[in-house]
Design a protein around this ligand. Sequence first.
Ligand code: AFP
Length: 327
Amino acid sequence: MKRLLPTLRADQTSESLVSVINTIQIAAKEISFRLHQGALAGVLGSSLDENIQGETQKKLDIVSNQLLKTLLLESPNVHAVASEEEDSIVESPNSGHYLVAFDPLDGSSNIDINGGVGTIFSILRKPEGEQTSENMFLQPGKAQIAAGYVLYGPSTMLVMTTGKAVRIYTLDQTVGEFLLTHEKAEIPRDTKEFAINMSNRRHWADPIQAYISDLLDGEEGPRGKNFNMRWNAAMVSDVHRVMSRGGLFTYPWDARKPEKPFKLRLLYEVAPMSMLVEKAGGKATDGYNRLMDIVPEHIHQRVPVIMGSANEVDMCMEYHKQHPKPY
Ligand code: AFP
């Protein structure tokens, strides 16, 4: 079975980019090892720290963030990193050509229940001339050079693209290598499965209210077919299911907290996942516009998300055309 780095080189990926991806996979293997040790590693439970997003971090968030940050900043090819767990970007003393944005441990509330969690990463080219400040990260998703996630589930999987096919690698624990297990992920255009946190239903705006209501009406409703629902509460797990067998994943606008109407972060979660979904034949939108076209206003920006099977995403967008925009 083919190993990760030779498959990248076979695609003529530049050695500098191969080296950055290599650094990420080294960190991911370490995170995977610690997660699989679970309570044995003494990493479970909340720490007292609060991150910039105002959420309580789990200890392993801190460990994962530290690992990725330290290893990437040591790389001669990385100029700066932006992490969901850091207030600001962190620059390297090296003058590399790449910027890396990451969510070190997405879905961290699943750690204590031994559920799926993941690392998401996005690699951008450093803009010419721009030497400092977070402005260099404010590039749309379509500018990404590479994107991927690592799902720490029953097995650890790396799902990534350098702009060509989306490949899936599985960590062989016996040799400590990511081996190519799926040459080309393809999301079916049609689906009968959706993923949303239904407990927020009363807070959604009209387009999503109407869309989900029609899905729930099943065969008796206007869609004329029954839909199944799944929610892992970790974007990596939920999008991986979509990547594996199709589906629609959404975290829409909601009115719970007027100061925080969107949940998912553009730079660390949404842009890389959108690139993967699109490269696998799916679609990713905020209901009105392609997510990959959005230029971030700041590094911690959040956006509404609808992604997955192309025909179902198109259908959901139709509901957005028919109802007033909530924001
Ligand atoms: P954490 O990484 O803070 O646990 O958040 C995970 C997440 O941002 C995303 O991965 C999930 O889709 C979403 O939160 C789950 O949100 P709910 O708490 O509404 O289920």
